[in-house]
Design a protein around this ligand. Structure first.
Ligand SMILES: Nc1ncnc2c1ncn2[C@@H]1O[C@H](COP(=O)(O)OP(=O)(O)O)[C@@H](O)[C@H]1O
Ligand SMILES: [Mg+2]
Length: 375
């Protein structure tokens, strides 16, 4: 009993301890002397007493095997795997329990499952992206021809001609289609980009007016720039796309009045932090946070938001391409996204973009304390 790495305890038919190994006493946090005063109900944390008694009753020489949790004397719990066997001495049934602490194994299993789920999700998005991107690419080329020919045709008909009105309608639809294919291309990371060194605060500030108009008067726009931000290297129009998509979503999520907060910040993550926080990548990152006081999302919605064409909005209201565009842009720039949301609790999108460590051509435009601004 004392040599075993597992804790061993022997119970009588009422669940009372007859004998315990030192290891088992340590596992549940009691002294060895006090063990014979305990009953199985004192540490068993999953099965109710009636069920435990029934299990004790049922166990025979063939034994039983199950997982459960135990309660330590300090109130904490741990996962444990139990192997039981019954033996009779002097007509009395004795239950031998071998208790293996499987906390670590459980943790590793959970981590593995989590990683597996993340991998499957990433692969899914990757393959849908490839498909969507391929279609969008061909589609875009054809739309180019349609729009080009339209221009020729419109030059040939007089403005007052009724055919001109028809052509104008075709042009509107073709341009709208081009917008959609462009979003798909952004998701598939096939959009041509011209990255340059930029200050995220400046880029956001340039968009604030437009965003204010986008969300309307009932929603307060709050701007909290980090006063000493690091530089980024990316196409500023991509930041605009991210902001526009997230603002429109926040607006749609808010009924009546509410607020939308845009915040910037900087963070460094090390290997250890990232191993404990799935989805995070080691390195220096600039953070762009967009949070709203809207309706929030349930887990099921959250799991799907980055998939192209996923929308909870009615036909004609959502395309389901907003967040997939954001995802594509962030991935293209080697960043990552973290979303918190709960039904009724609003939503917070944290976008992390890698710091640009090249030559600093411009000095930071904002200095001093963190400002808070209402627009
Ligand atoms: N800020 C938000 N608050 C609540 N739900 C959101 C928010 N942003 C996105 N969503 C959910 O994610 C879905 C996908 O968003 P998106 O890709 O932009 O497509 P769309 O806006 O066209 O539906 C939305 O339909 C909505 O259910
Ligand atoms: Mg949207």
């Amino acid at each position: 009993m004392e040599q075993s790495r597992d804790g061993i305890v022997i119970l009588d038919q009422t669940g009372q301890v007859i004998e315990s190994s030192q290891r088992f006493a340590d596992m549940i946090g009691h002294s060895l002397d006090s063990m014979t005063r305990l009953k199985v109900f004192d540490w068993e944390n999953f099965f109710p007493p009636e069920q435990l008694l029934e299990m004790i009753n049922r166990v025979n020489e063939k034994g039983d095997h199950f997982e459960t949790t135990h309660l330590r004397s300090d109130g904490s719990t741990y996962d444990v795997e139990i192997t039981t066997n019954a033996a009779w001495f002097d007509g009395q049934k004795h239950i031998f329990c071998i208790c293996r602490d499987i906390t670590e194994r459980k943790q590793i299993e959970a981590e593995k499952e989590n990683l597996q789920a993340q991998l499957i999700q990433a692969q899914k998005i990757e393959s849908v992206g490839r498909l969507a991107g391929g279609v969008a690419h061909d589609f875009n080329n054809m739309l180019g021809i349609i729009l080009g020919r339209l221009e020729f045709a419109m030059e040939k008909v007089h403005k007052n001609d009724s055919v001109h009105v028809d052509l104008k309608e075709i042009e509107t639809a073709a341009k709208r289609s081009a917008d959609i294919t462009n979003q798909l291309l952004a998701f598939a990371r096939k959009q041509p980009v011209s990255p340059r060194q930029l200050d995220l605060n400046d880029t956001v500030e340039n968009m604030l007016n437009l965003m204010g108009r986008l969300i309307g008067e009932d929603i307060d726009l709050i701007w909290k720039p980090d006063g000493s931000l690091w530089s980024l290297k990316m196409d500023p129009s991509q930041i605009d796309q991210i902001l526009a998509n997230l603002c429109v979503n926040a607006r749609d999520a808010i009924t009546g009045v509410g607020s939308l907060t845009i915040e910037t910040g900087k963070h460094s993550f090390d290997e250890k932090f990232c191993s404990e926080h799935p989805g995070f990548i080691p390195g220096d990152f600039v953070r762009l946070t967009i949070s709203d006081t809207g309706c929030g999302m349930d887990k099921n919605t959250l799991d799907n938001i980055f998939e192209p064409f996923f929308t909870t909005k009615g036909v004609g209201h959502g395309t389901g391409l907003g967040l997939s565009t954001v995802y594509g842009i962030v991935k293209q720039n080697k960043g990552f996204i973290h979303v918190h949301s709960e039904p009724g609790q609003g939503t917070c999108f944290n976008i992390y973009l890698p710091r640009f460590k090249g030559q600093n051509k411009t000095s930071p435009t904002m200095t001093g304390e963190k400002a808070e601004k209402m627009v």
